[in-house]
Design a protein around this ligand. Structure first.
Ligand code: VG1
Ligand code: CO
Length: 543
């Protein structure tokens, strides 16, 4: 079959952000836009001829069209095989699992995660390496550079491949294997967790609810919780994926997962609730009238790892992103393990896991995972909790309060101001930077500022340096206020303020986080001029 070289010219702004290239669908639908990016990836990842590529996405609008485009370009560019999820579907952790299991060269994941979907909303694409993890900055920067000088891309002309059923076909000498989207992932989960104990738990009077938010985890959660673990039908809410995610915003937090929150905070609430995001890598954990912060969740899972068969032999170390609370650090210290602090974004955990330095990783943004794959993994975190609950035979709330009593409580909250004018957002951070020297030694909210900086990270494995990863005000007692701009949005800027203070006294651990952090919340506004500059009097989302 004839390979066509199509002439093209660069588009501006094809720089991958925290997690790949995310833009409005309309931007991706421009002629050559997706093709330019895909060709730039292929041009930046070395010699893949005859190798296997994995392709799958979260099922959002444009997922199928993009998949067909990629299949044809992969065939033209000399891949030997593409493994593609049925109907183009692979959750992000499932894609990572498939890349690793079948020794693929890498994968293209089509997702804008929790961002809304549909013709007027967002689409995204990112490249994952052969270890199953997001490409490091060295690769994403090389891709970006290539997008700036691209002159042509290669494709073939052929009919679309039928992705509706599993099986193997060939296009232009390249094998396309359509695989069951769930099977490999479900098998991996079964190898890590005590399914018998969880089945017994779910057969008892313990009740759970899982909200798939009309996004990719629907089929995964239904297979695992209802079919394999015997949870009653209906345990999975909103389990049928839709291309527009039902018009919702599949971000598992107290604001956007309100349907689940209403169930867990309602009358006759179940014992356990969980939700995942658009592409299945995030998770929210709830107990009966109880919210578990993602930072605490990481700490609890690490502290209880020996109860989970896959981690019985112990864990090597823990990593958390810088804005994530220090709860995991305390667990690591007690267990005699190293704890690493990385910039925001899962790609920074890859080297640490590949090098055997850490087993578990987490982010405050509802991301938790381990070295079973190289992405954060929503259902994995839910299964961790179910496994721990089955072993400890107590409630979510009891597990957390006991954890605080033993390790202390890191009061924590993140305030997001979305859709802010970009210049104003930059100024907010600059205002704090301008006071780095004058703030030191002063008192804010009754605590003394010890130091201020722009967070910079040197990767302990390859020595690469990532600068300007967050503006930090650090207090003598370990409390922190951090300012950061989001790298995943598609319109305007999003300012994130991360607030943390530590409380060792069990008598003072029962407060609402917003009340406990009120002084810091006010101080953050004072020193940054945020509300004045953004024209907002309250955050868009509080988590
Ligand atoms: C956000 C989160 C970050 C996460 C990233 C991708 O990035 O803060 O912790 O890794 O989303 O998650 P940012 O740059 O907007 O703060 V996902 O589930 O959207 O792929
Ligand atoms: Co996600």
């Amino acid at each position: 079959m004839l390979i066509h070289s199509i002439a093209t010219t660069p588009f501006e702004g094809q720089r991958p952000g925290t997690s790949g290239l995310r833009k409005k669908v309309k931007v991706f639908q421009q002629e050559h836009y997706l093709e330019n990016f895909v060709q730039s990836v292929f041009d930046s990842i070395g010699d893949y001829s005859g190798q296997t590529l994995v392709v799958g996405g979260d099922g959002r609008f444009y997922n199928l069209e993009a998949t067909q485009t990629i299949l044809k370009m992969a065939a033209a560019s000399g891949f030997g095989k593409v493994l593609v999820g049925q109907n183009g579907i692979l959750s992000t952790p499932a894609a990572s699992c498939v890349i690793r299991k079948y020794n693929a060269y890498g994968g293209l994941i089509l997702s804008a995660s929790h961002n809304p979907a549909g013709p007027e909303e967002d689409f995204g694409i990112k490249y994952n390496m052969g270890n199953g993890g997001p490409a490091p900055e060295s690769v994403t920067e090389a891709v970006f550079e290539q997008t700036g000088k691209i002159e042509w891309y290669q494709t073939i002309q052929c009919d679309d491949v039928d992705l509706s059923s599993t099986g193997t076909t060939e296009i232009a000498g390249m094998t396309v294997e359509v695989i069951d989207s769930v099977a490999d992932y479900a098998e991996l989960m079964q190898s890590l967790f005590d399914f018998d104990a969880i089945r017994d738990l779910l057969a008892s009077d313990f009740r759970m609810a899982f909200d798939a938010m009309h996004a990719v985890t629907g089929p995964y959660a239904t297979t695992i919780f209802e079919d394999m673990l015997g949870a009653p039908k209906g345990t999975v809410m909103n389990g049928v994926p839709k291309t527009d995610f039902g018009g919702g915003h599949p971000d598992p937090n107290l604001t956007y997962a309100h349907e689940l929150v209403d169930v867990l905070y309602g009358e006759d609430a179940p014992d356990f609730g969980a939700a995942s995001d658009g592409d299945g890598d995030r998770n929210m954990i709830l107990g009966n009238h109880f919210f578990v912060t993602p930072s605490d969740s990481l700490a609890v899972i690490a502290a209880n790892a020996e109860l989970i068969p896959g981690y019985k032999a112990g864990i090597a170390g823990i990593a958390r992103s810088m804005p994530t609370s220090g709860a995991a650090d305390r667990v690591a210290e007690a267990m005699g393990l190293s704890c690493y602090e990385t910039p925001t974004g899962w790609k920074f955990f890859g080297n640490l896991m590949d090098d055997g330095k850490v087993t578990m990783c987490g982010e405050e943004s509802f991301g938790t995972g381990s070295n079973h794959v190289r992405e954060k993994d929503g259902l994995w975190a839910v299964l961790c909790w179910l496994n721990i609950l089955a072993a400890r035979k107590t409630s979510v709330e009891a597990i957390i309060t006991e954890h605080w009593a033993k390790f202390g409580r890191n009061y924590y909250s993140r305030h997001d101001y979305e859709g802010v004018d970009s210049a104003a957002a930059t100024q907010v951070l600059q205002n704090v930077r301008d006071q780095f020297v004058s703030l030191c030694g002063t008192e804010l909210a009754g605590r003394t500022v010890a130091s201020c900086d722009d967070f910079s990270y040197t990767d302990p494995v390859d020595g690469s340096v990532s600068e300007n990863q967050g503006v930090r005000v650090l207090f003598e007692d370990g409390s922190r206020i951090i300012f950061r701009l989001s790298g995943t949005g598609t319109s305007g800027a999003t300012i994130r303020i991360y607030l943390e203070s530590f409380e060792a006294d069990t008598g003072k651990q029962g407060m609402d986080a917003q009340d406990a952090l009120a002084g810091f919340i006010a101080a953050a506004d004072d020193i940054s001029g945020l509300q004045k500059l953004s024209g907002r009097d309250k955050p868009t989302v509080i988590t």
